[in-house]
Design a protein around this ligand. Structure first.
Ligand SMILES: C[S@@+](CC[C@H](N)C(=O)[O-])C[C@H]1O[C@@H](n2cnc3c(N)ncnc32)[C@H](O)[C@@H]1O
Length: 300
């Protein structure tokens, strides 16, 4: 056992669980308070509360302001609740194989993604930059399948003035796509298509981007998606995690089962198979970043 890492992980989990359970972050959302005030309001021990707030500050979940007061923002609080909620379901998931939320349905995506996709987009920013550099120069219509906060197509559109994007996602998530696009100053270059990418009629496009979606689908659904996206001279750019010996990847593969029934870290050979069956000549893998461990899989 790697005692140091396991100890740090258990401590971190217990601290976050405690903060979530006692609603400490909720209490400090846009409401700066000292440790003594938090302890008083939530009927907690003063010394233990002060240490909890310091530990949460060390993790970047709280900010300590002048005068010894702490605060956080709504997004940090929502994200912690979204993440802890999913992982708390793990014992049931391991017992039954049933996910806590079905991320590939409109209802599941509405529960899971509106708070999470902005965080993913921040995390993916360096990979999105590499992705855009790899595909540029590009002109024409681009489809963003399961767009979320659109990190990939925002980066591509920002570099290429003649790119026009249609973002496909469930309605509850598309509101976050719009926010991200507006924040990037790209409103005039994006259109939105609400619905299930496997069901909706897709507009004409030259490039389809499928970022971190294939790991939510089983083999049959990935096969169907690639068959739907295939057309002569069209490229499909998949961004996803491939199997590796990195322990973070095995944790990630386990976590996928909390939110997607057939979800998996699919091997390159599986993507090659689906792409060939769909009519593509092959798949070229291009590593993007190691942390997170993302690869661009270019189907042409
Ligand atoms: C892990 S997030 C990735 C978001 C974004 N592409 C990124 O890389 O940051 C998966 C996204 O796929 C969307 N999604 C899942 N199943 C879908 C489906 N069947 N049709 C359309 N969107 C879907 C979810 O709503 C969510 O926004």
């Amino acid at each position: 056992m790697r005692l140091r890492e396991v100890t740090a992980a258990v401590e971190t989990m217990a601290i976050i669980e405690t903060a979530a359970k006692l609603d400490v972050l909720g209490h400090l959302t846009a409401n700066p308070r000292s440790a003594a005030e938090v302890a008083g309001a939530l009927r907690l021990d003063r010394i233990a509360t002060a240490r909890l707030l310091e530990a949460l500050t060390g993790m970047g979940l709280l900010r300590e302001l002048a005068g010894g007061v702490f605060e956080t923002d709504t997004e940090a609080n929502d994200r912690v609740h979204a993440l802890t909620g999913l992982w708390r379901a793990l014992p049931t998931v391991v017992r039954t194989g049933e996910p806590a939320v079905r991320a590939v349905t409109a209802t599941g995506a509405a529960q899971l993604y509106p708070n999470v996709v902005p965080m993913l987009s921040e995390w993916f920013a360096p990979a999105a930059d590499r992705f855009a550099a790899e595909l540029s120069p590009w002109t024409g219509r681009v489809l963003d399948v399961g767009a979320g906060a659109a990190p990939w197509t925002i980066a591509l559109a920002a570099r290429n003035p003649d790119v026009r994007v249609t973002a496909v996602d469930f309605p509850a998530v598309l509101s976050q796509t719009r926010r991200a696009v507006t924040a990037a100053g790209l409103d005039q270059r994006f259109d939105y298509l609400p619905g299930d990418a496997l069901d909706v009629t897709l507009p004409a496009h030259d490039l389809a981007v499928v970022g971190n979606v294939c790991h939510l689908f089983d083999a049959a659904h990935n096969q169907a998606l690639l068959a739907k996206l295939h057309a002569p001279a069209r490229r499909v750019a998949i961004i996803d995690v491939l199997p590796s010996t990195d322990p973070a990847v095995s944790r990630y593969a386990l976590g996928l089962l909390t939110r997607a029934h057939g979800g998996a870290v699919h091997p390159l050979s599986a993507y090659e198979n689906w792409a060939r069956h769909a009519g593509f000549a092959g798949v070229t893998p291009v590593p993007l970043t190691q942390d997170p461990p993302l690869t661009l899989l270019l189907c042409a």
